[in-house]
Design a protein around this ligand. Structure first.
Ligand code: PXP
Length: 257
């Protein structure tokens, strides 16, 4: 069954709006775990717009499941990862002007740099995941890099307008997950997933983890953090049950009906 890792960055976004101590992303991580999250993810951005260095160290102390540290593959962040020692490092591309992570990492186009960073983290005993668009050349590059996981960028699927476009993006995710598994690498997925679009992705065979942040925090503002996480865990579990009899594409069709 796909497991839910909750990204708590946007709890820190609300805090940073006032530069005070509330709401605390560490408290949100505890509630997420109580509600059934299998892991906690945070993204330490170079511009420190939400999560701060101290948060990462506090999360490492408090998180009981596992902590994933999302970051750019740059020397400053590699040094921090070696000090924090999260369960897994997730390399993502980063541009200062972007509102959120826009595209996947171009592993094929920056092969030596990404491979070097991957090997450094692995030498430190950390698992490594590379966040990529669902494309065969990127999947092959991740495998050659020696990473442990790849994370399929689900943003194009989440943002697709109309059933035909959504179906086409889902097909890319299904085929990419199958290809990656044939090449022997483990697959996660995330970005832009919410209660309305998560089920077809959760039904894709062999996906280990779904990394979901913004929609859970947005829902939590209205209904509370534990309930927001629990509802997502339940949707993922329901998708797994449906996947026994239905393909991801059929689940998408059932949902759009
Ligand atoms: N996975 C990765 C690699 C990301 O960069 C993000 C955004 O921080 C997510 C998953 C979660 O995306 P969202 O906040 O849209 O759920």
């Amino acid at each position: 069954m796909a497991k839910l890792c909750v990204n708590i960055d946007h709890v820190a976004t609300v805090r940073q709006a006032r530069r005070i101590s509330e709401p605390d992303p560490v408290a949100a991580a505890v509630l997420a775990e109580l509600a059934g999250a299998a892991g906690i993810t945070c993204h330490l951005r170079e511009d420190r717009r939400h999560i701060q260095d101290a948060d990462v160290f506090r999360l490492k102390e408090i998180v009981k499941t596992r902590l994933n540290l999302e970051m750019a593959a740059v020397p400053e962040m590699l040094d921090i990862a070696e000090k924090v020692r999260p369960h897994m490092v997730m390399f993502v591309p980063e541009r200062r002007q972007e509102i959120t992570t826009e595209g996947g990492l171009d592993v094929a186009g920056n092969f030596e740099r990404v491979r070097e960073a991957t090997l450094r983290m692995k030498a430190a005993g950390l698992l490594v995941s590379l966040f990529i668009d669902p494309e065969p050349s990127q999947i092959e590059a991740v495998v050659r890099c020696g990473a442990d996981f790849l994370e399929l960028h689900t943003g194009a699927y989440a943002n697709a307008v109309g059933e035909k476009a959504r179906r086409a993006e889902l097909k890319k995710l299904v085929e990419s997950a199958a290809y990656a598994q044939r090449l022997g690498i483990r697959v996660n997925a995330g970005h832009g997933l919410n209660l309305r679009n998560v089920m077809p992705v959760a039904a894709i065979r062999g996906i280990h983890e779904l990394h979901i942040g913004h929609s859970i925090v947005a829902h939590a503002v209205l209904v509370g953090f534990e309930r927001a996480v629990r509802e997502m865990v339940e949707s993922i579990a329901r998708a797994e049950q449906l996947a026994v009899n239905y393909s991801p594409e059929e689940i998408l069709a059932l949902h759009s009906a």
